[in-house]
Design a protein around this ligand. Structure first.
Ligand code: FAD
Length: 690
């Protein structure tokens, strides 16, 4: 939602009156509570603050600003880490800044002895993240209007850039590359290389670590900085408060914001404020040794949420009891897990990433990503707090050795608590400041799912199709359990009458804080997407969706079948689906004939069962076999849709279409690829990949 100034003033006034009314003055005089009203927090927070970062830096006596353009939180996390390191190691006076919170007209007045860092993720098809749109539009304008219209307006600006991208997408790191180009063209001077991290290759963290070491050397030389011995300074103050208990009504036990604390939440529901939705149906589409796939229907009636076919639903997960206990135990906090803590930011520019007062248990269970890939830098930062000299030396070794870290930690899918357990068996890590845990682990992120129902047919019920993540390494007892999908599995088990749902001993607290999720509920929000059927149902469509990539195509076919049943003419609807085996993991096997009965000749399902024949067959092979028909449909204006695995399948399918077009139209392969590219830019080739 975009607000103009008048809206912001009105919003701020409403917020003030609302807060005054509901709190009856109890909040006056306390530090700003970011979570007081999340539906308004961003707009209201922006209303009263300056958007002039040069002025703000002067007022706060800062000389380095770290702007982040972040969609899922990684760029923001990197900005915070870099700012912290810049301060601890080199004495920079740092400020972390959401790029959306500032105007850039006076970037030309940025002092030459200051430094600006830009940590920018690329989103979707080479686009800026939502919070970086305004900044990007300003900088990419033909003639950006700076406050002092000089020839090389940014000649005083020294800057550093790092981009977060995914090389499986065509416009790899487009955002940082373009921003870097514009800044240089306007006369600014970049220090160090323009860093690029690649999520597609799984090397984001290592790319970041390698880039930043060289970058700091250049920055030190250029800015005359000297490295000092880094001493840890906490960002958050944690106070145990024995005047409160978990029963005190103002204590957050995992509720995402004040409305949820006071009741069960209130609309508008969005990425800051989930709807606690009832699950109307759940089942396993298949269950074979070590693999299963869930189908769930989530009811959004009366929530004010809506969706259209092709959108995504976000599920807000809860960490498992087993892993919550493991981390609390290893930190020596298990006995005081329900002690109430007050958490405040020690620096006015940092915000506490969850609402407080709360408990150690609630922070670990609901707010922190405790299972994910461990950061090597974080491991190194724990060394001073190790319970033994051996553990300290090991942390320093692993923190400093990329290959050893990969071999002993990340490739074994260990989480942070497992690493600490392994380095100091039977000991507790009581010296680690809890602030460091909050700083070093990322905030838990909702996971997205491509909605597998049609909004035309099931307006109020959102279906998802999710494979339960369960990865066992050969020769190891440890099984990596996906956070969200195993939580969903537990919900399914409970719905089917299991009184103690416990997939693989994970023990989820599925009734939620204060039993607010009882009766099989899950916190969700909806994200609208551009992955859409043509508005004219007569247009032909070609869909490629192996595995759970079939999710949105179940929705597409369901919708077209409904149109056909309503007497509408429906164009050719071709679906390529692939899985291992027709008897094992053929998703919605029994539904396709129902849709075919309604759609008649216009529907065709083409399957590729990779493990049935002597040779492995994938969807792209089937596509080639049907090349003539595919090309005919393309000539008749067909739209192409690809969903599922970004790393391999989507690329291969793209190349196969290029090949088919080239062969059938007497073009070179390069020209065939060019045709596919043009289809992409005119939205006739759409991808929904992950
Ligand atoms: P997580 O806990 O997030 O783990 C995921 C992976 O991270 C693991 O498999 C592993 O590779 C890695 N990992 C985790 N912990 C570690 C560790 N300690 N060390 C090393 N590696 C680790 N999925 C579907 O099934 N169906 C869909 O329709 C669907 N649609 C999607 C649409 C979009 C737009 C996106 C972005 C994703 C979609 N996904 C879909 C994927 C889904 O969002 C989740 O990523 C997936 O379900 C796994 O979530 P999880 O929380 O269970 O696993």
């Amino acid at each position: 939602i975009e607000y103009d100034t008048a809206d912001l003033v009105i919003l701020a006034t409403i917020l003030t009156v609302t807060v005054a009314y509901f709190t009856k003055g109890t909040l006056w005089g306390k530090p700003k509570d970011y979570f007081t009203d999340l539906s308004l927090a961003n707009g209201a927070a922006r209303a009263g603050k300056t958007r002039d970062f040069v002025k703000k830096m002067a007022e706060m006596d800062r000389n380095a600003i770290f702007f982040y353009g972040s969609q899922t939180g990684t760029a923001e996390d990197y900005a915070s880490r870099l700012a912290k390191e810049g301060h601890a190691r080199f004495g920079l006076k740092t400020l972390v800044a959401d790029i959306e919170d500032y105007d850039f007209e006076n970037l030309d007045t940025f002092p030459s002895d200051h430094l600006a860092f830009f940590l920018l993720a690329t989103y979707g098809e080479g686009e800026p993240t939502d919070n970086a749109v305004e900044f990007y539009e300003f900088l990419s304008a033909d003639d950006p209007q700076f406050s002092e219209a000089a020839d090389e307006p940014l000649q005083n600006l020294k800057y550093v850039t790092f981009g977060l991208g995914n090389n499986t997408y065509e416009h790899y790191n487009a955002m940082v590359r373009k921003v870097d180009g514009y800044l240089t063209k306007l006369g600014a001077k970049r220090l160090g290389a323009a860093g690029e991290g690649d999520d597609g290759a799984g090397t984001m963290e290592e790319d970041f670590l390698a880039w930043k070491e060289e970058m700091w050397q250049v920055v030190c030389k250029e800015m005359g900085l000297e490295e000092r011995e880094a001493v840890y300074e906490p960002i958050f103050k944690i106070n145990e408060d024995d005047t409160l208990t978990p029963d005190s009504e103002n204590v957050y036990l995992g509720e995402p914001n004040k409305h949820h604390l006071e009741g069960k939440g209130r609309p508008p529901y969005n990425s800051h404020n989930p709807y606690i939705a009832p699950i109307s149906k759940s089942l396993e589409l298949f269950t074979v040794k070590d693999r299963n796939c869930l189908h769930m229907e989530i009811n959004i009636a009366g929530s004010g949420l809506n969706y259209t076919t092709g959108d995504h639903i976000a599920i807000w997960p809860t960490n498992s009891g087993r892993e919550t206990d493991r981390l609390l135990s290893v930190l020596g906090l298990i006995d005081k897990r329900h002690t109430v803590i007050q958490v405040t930011a020690l620096d006015s520019t940092s915000k506490v990433p969850f609402p407080a007062p709360t408990t150690y248990d609630a922070v670990i269970r609901y707010h922190v990503e405790i299972n994910g890939l461990v950061s090597r830098q974080f491991i190194a930062s724990l060394a001073p707090f190790a319970p033994s000299e051996y553990a300290k030396a090991e942390l320093t070794r692993l923190g400093g050795d990329k290959d050893a870290f990969h071999e002993e930690v990340s490739s074994r899918y260990l989480n942070i608590a497992q690493v600490l357990e392994k380095l100091a068996p039977g000991q507790t890590w009581t010296s680690i400041p809890f602030s460091l845990i909050i700083e070093g682990l990322t905030h838990i992120q909702p996971r997205y799912y491509s909605i597998s129902s049609s909004s035309h047919v099931h307006k109020d019920n959102v279906a998802i199709t999710a494979v339960v993540e369960s990865i066992r390494l050969p020769g190891s007892k440890h099984i990596l359990k996906g956070v969200t999908t195993n939580y969903l599995l537990a919900l399914k088990q409970k719905q089917h009458g299991d009184p103690n749902p416990d997939p693989h001993g994970l023990t989820y607290d599925i009734n939620g804080p204060r039993n607010k999720y009882d009766g099989i509920h899950v916190p969700v929000h909806i994200r609208h997407s551009n992955f859409k059927l043509p508005s004219d149902p007569e247009k032909p469509v070609i869909m490629i969706g192996p595995g759970t990539g079939v999710a949105p195509f179940r929705a597409f076919v369901q919708e077209r079948a409904a149109h056909a049943a309503e007497g509408k003419k429906v164009g050719k609807t071709l679906l390529f689906f692939g899985c291992r085996n027709s008897e094992e993991d053929f998703l919605y096997k029994n539904e396709w004939p129902e849709y075919a009965a309604k759609l008649g000749d216009s529907f065709k399902l083409i399957t590729a069962f990779s493990r049935e024949g002597p040779k492995k067959v994938y969807v792209q092979h089937r596509l080639l076999e049907h090349a003539a028909e595919v090309d005919e449909l393309l000539k008749a204006g067909a739209y192409i849709y690809v969903c599922g695995d970004a790393a391999h399948m989507a690329r291969d399918v793209n190349a196969t279409f290029g090949k088919i077009i080239a062969e059938h139209r007497g073009l070179t392969e390069a020209q065939g690829e060019e045709v596919v590219k043009r289809m992409r830019s005119s939205n006739k080739y759409q991808e929904d990949v992950w």
